[in-house]
Design a protein around this ligand. Structure first.
Ligand code: FAQ
Length: 327
């Protein structure tokens, strides 16, 4: 990607622009689209924001599969609203990415060609309705831990998009927990479904935070630029500390024999996720990678006529406005 028009590369940027950028970061103020920024800063943001947007859109699939199989009208309406929110989050994030001088259609191409990633978590299957609850509790819970600090990210449009997204994620997490509470008050079979879903989603949820800090090539630079505010391991720890008491209240067991309170640290100790599994899933070899990408490609192709119609409508409106007619 090239620097935006009017934004010289770091080599040719006047020193006062570089200084202004560095001062803005140091003062914890926001970089805005019109400001000069180093190419690396822009590229890092495009990478992270696009990956985040793709995750929201692909993330509609695992739960979306249960809309037609929801056990009641109430659960169906809630699930519908949640999955629709995820589409909205994708749109806010693609819009934030576009302020960096990239085009949403191009980002989608990069995803479809496998040149950009989406979150590993969405490559796991949803086997029963308790999975919908556990996704809300774990996956949205992890998203909140990761994303609340991003509301203070140094890039203005990303930070502002995150404020709105986090409010909705918090509702998503509660609906998941409430669904699981209801199932835990039900039959033995329902309680077993919840425990089974917890067993399958726990470790993949810990992997959502990314590789361990000593194997995270982007963290140091992203944190120096205040795009990321905390390291992957710190956020993973926060998620564990938040979730263990919730699991106790719910009456489920988290599948980690090494999980225990550490009095000295005032935090929970926990086992090591299988990092080779994360690598496999990220590089396309997870349980549902092929299925998720095939569905995404099909949706893109099936939606071509909508994009064409919207573009034709926009062109007609623009021509009318140009001719002085009331739009
Ligand atoms: N999956 O050097 P790092 C949600 C990649 S939204 C796939 O540590 P970084 C809402 C990483 O991109 C979930 N790839 O990278 C919802 C990099 O590859 P690259 C998405 C991963 O960027 C709920 C390489 O590994 N959230 O859940 C993963 O500093 C329910 C090295 O890693 C976000 O995107 C992974 N788990 O830290 C929706 C949050 N981890 O790009 C529906 C914003 C790492 O160099 C239902 N993103 N990689 O080729 C972030 O905070 C960061 O980008 C991290 C990764 C923490 C994900």
């Amino acid at each position: 990607m090239t620097a935006q028009a009017g934004s010289p590369s770091v080599d040719e940027a006047p020193p006062e622009l570089q200084k202004r950028f560095e001062d803005t970061i140091a003062r914890d103020q926001r970089i805005e689209p019109r400001d000069w920024m180093p190419d690396g800063y822009r590229k890092t943001l495009v990478r992270q924001v696009a990956q985040h947007a793709h995750s929201e859109i692909i993330g509609m699939q695992p739960e979306g599969e249960w809309i037609t199989r929801a056990p009641s009208l109430r659960r169906k309406a809630i699930l519908f609203a949640k999955v629709q929110d995820e589409a909205g989050h994708g749109l806010y994030l693609y819009s934030a990415a576009e302020t960096l001088g990239v085009d949403r259609a191009d980002l989608t191409e990069r995803l479809l060609e496998g040149r950009q990633k989406y979150s590993s978590i969405f490559n796991y299957p949803t086997r029963n309705f308790a999975d919908v609850g556990v996704i809300g509790w774990f996956v949205d819970g992890a998203a909140i831990c990761n994303q609340v600090p991003l509301c203070r990210s140094s890039y203005g449009p990303y930070a502002r998009a995150m404020v709105r997204i986090c409010k909705e994620e918090s509702f998503h997490q509660r609906q998941g927990y409430e669904l699981l509470m209801t199932m835990m008050r039900g039959t033995d079979a329902q309680r077993a479904m919840v425990q089974d879903a917890v067993d399958r989603w726990w470790w993949p949820s810990l992997m959502m935070f990314g590789p361990p800090d000593d194997d995270s090539p982007n963290s140091a630079r992203s944190m120096a630029w205040k795009i990321k505010r905390h390291s992957n391991d710190e956020l993973r720890q926060r998620f564990v500390d938040m979730t263990v008491p919730q699991a106790e209240k719910l009456g489920v067991t988290l599948p980690d024999p090494d999980l225990r309170w550490n009095e000295d640290r005032g935090r929970y100790d926990f086992g090591t996720p299988d990092w080779s599994e994360l690598k496999r899933v990220i590089t396309g070899d997870g349980p549902c990678n092929e299925e998720r990408m095939a569905r995404r490609r099909a949706a893109h192709e099936e939606g071509a006529w909508v994009r064409e119609a919207a573009a034709a409508h926009a062109a007609k409106q623009a021509a009318r406005t140009q001719n002085g007619a009331v739009a």
